[in-house]
Structure formats: C-alpha cells, structure tokens
Design a protein around this ligand. Structure first.
Ligand code: MN
Ligand code: MN
Length: 309
C-alpha cells in the first residue's frame, strides 16, 4: 500500500507544498507515496492555486478518511487537524515545525520537527542531508511555502535556516526575484475581485462594547491599497449603513501588508474620540496609521483607553 502524505485541515500553502515535497522524497528513497490534502482541488485557497499554477503542478489528491490507510503527516501533529479516523490509520512519519501535538503511534516512526518557520524548510534539510535530488517544480512550491509561512521573512517565526533554504531553493527553481514572487502570492491571497462588498466587510469583522457604545471593527489585508481603489465609495456607503444599525462607530482597517500600516476608514458619531485614540486626524473619510497591522493588539486597546474602558 502506498503512503498518503497529508497536511492539516483547511490547508495552507505549506501543507500543500510539504505534502508534494515529502511524497517526492519518499518516492525517491524507495517508498511509494502520493501527495494528498483534506479538501477537493476546487476548494483550495487562492494563494495555493496560484503557486501550483506557477510551477505547473497538479493539486494533491483528496483524502478525508484515514481508516486503513498508511499515512505520513506534514505541518501538524494534532489529532484535531487530521482527517477522520486518524486513529484507524498507520502513521509512518511526521515532518513538522509546530509544537508537538497529541498524536501517538504504536511503533517507532520517522519524526522530524524543527523550530523553524516552515515544514518545507525541514524538508529542504532532509533532501540536502541525504543527497536526494530535488526537482525544479517541487523546489518552486517549497520556496513559495517558506515565503508564505514566514511572510517573506517578516514573521517572528522566521529563522536563519528558512533564509538558507530560500537561497538554495530559488536557484533550483530558477526564481530570480523572491520579493516579486511573494507579491504575486499576496495579491492572489488578498484578491477582492467579484466579492460582494458586505462579504468583504464581514470576512474579518467584530463588534465590541466600549462603555455601552457598540463599535464595529473590520479588517482587510491587502498587498496594496490600489486593490480597493475602484470600490472605495461603495465600501464607505456599506460601512455607513452598518453604522446606522445601532452603532456608535464603524472602523474599517485597510491594512497594507507591504507598507506595514493601515488606512483606517472611520464612520462615527464622535470622530474626535477616534482621532484621540490614534493620535491623528481623519482626512476625508480615513486616517493612515503607520505600523498598524493587528486589530487585537493595535486597534482595540487604544480605542478602549479613549472610551475609558
Ligand atoms: Mn500550515
Ligand atoms: Mn507551516
């Protein structure tokens, strides 16, 4: 029976690329293996679709029930992130970069978890240390996974090993400019084309109670503010109607991931209190706040302070 290599549920680019990479590694070292994922190809996230297309690779096969299967796991070791009936599968290997989860096995297995930024960095080391040839297209998707997981080296989880792997993989994959590659991935991930305006607003939206005032805060992460240029008026109109439904304020964060800051769109009964919270001036309908990336850490606390919570 061949080994099914599978990443976590709701797969990201690392789970997809690591499954492809580890299946390739196993095949090259004498174990029949096939790359899998826990969803149908049609439901793959836009970033991973773009990555596979860029390097001409097919999406992994679908695997949702592990009963009776021989499995290798990548990018997770928690039962809750696995396919159904994981306890009825024979797990032969795990390659990961997260905390060790709650999966146990009946026998000894190949277990390689490293405190690095991406499972594909761990896999790159396995290829290198064991002199296994790395095909160009496989190197390409591994490269993308590392850029994605480390947010182009900006994530605090990024290590020197990730940078070393990227430097080697870009050579094998024939990629000259990894910043441009990351940008393409980010644009695919943050694509808003054809998404209804309220879906866009509610994609990542929360209401907060601040001293009896209902405050709505939404966030949209973008590769560039140009992406919303054509829908600004429509967006503002929709925010006004959400505000009109019993709210003191609605704030919408247009976060520029590249420039590392946020244009905060403000609809409020009391613009002054919002300006006080963020020490700036609303110019037209919004204000730019340098360095603001996180609603939880950088938007909510100053607002709560301004409202005296
Ligand atoms: Mn992942
Ligand atoms: Mn990962």
């Amino acid at each position: 029976m061949s080994v099914s290599v599978v990443g976590h549920s709701n797969p990201d680019t690392d789970s997809v690329a690591a499954a492809i990479s580890f299946a390739c590694y196993l095949n090259a070292t004498g174990t029949d293996a096939v790359a899998c994922m826990q969803i149908d190809a049609a439901n793959l996230n836009p970033e991973s679709k773009t990555v596979l297309a860029k390097f001409g690779m097919a999406a992994p096969a679908t695997l949702t029930d592990a009963a009776g299967k021989k499995l290798a796991l990548v990018d997770f070791s928690d039962i809750g992130q696995g396919p159904a009936n994981l306890d009825k599968a024979d797990i032969i290997a795990i390659v990961d970069h997260h905390k060790i989860g709650d999966i146990t096995t009946n026998g000894p297995i190949l277990f390689n978890a490293q405190p690095v930024g991406c499972s594909c960095t761990v896999l790159y080391d396995m290829y290198k240390n064991n002199n296994v040839a790395l095909p160009k297209d496989v190197a390409g998707v591994m490269l993308c996974a590392i850029l994605s997981d480390t947010v182009n080296f900006k994530s605090p989880t990024c290590t020197e090993a990730d940078k070393v792997a990227v430097a080697a993989l870009k050579g094998i994959a024939g990629v000259a400019d990894t910043d441009a590659l990351f940008m393409d991935m980010l644009k695919a991930k943050s694509s808003i084309d054809g998404v209804p305006i309220k879906d866009l607003i509610y994609r990542d939206y929360k209401d907060f109670d601040m001293k009896g005032n209902k405050i709505g805060i939404g966030q949209l992460e973008l590769a560039s503010l140009d992406q919303v240029a054509a829908i600004r008026d429509e967006l503002y109109g929709a925010l006004k109607s959400i505000k009109a439904d019993g709210r003191h304020s609605v704030l919408f964060m247009l976060t520029d991931v590249v420039k590392e800051g946020t244009e905060l769109v403000v609809v409020s009964d009391d613009v002054a209190i919002i300006e006080k919270a963020f020490k700036g001036k609303v110019d037209g309908t919004s204000m730019w706040i340098d360095g603001m990336m996180s609603r939880k850490k950088q938007t909510v606390p100053p607002l709560q302070a301004a409202f005296g919570c």
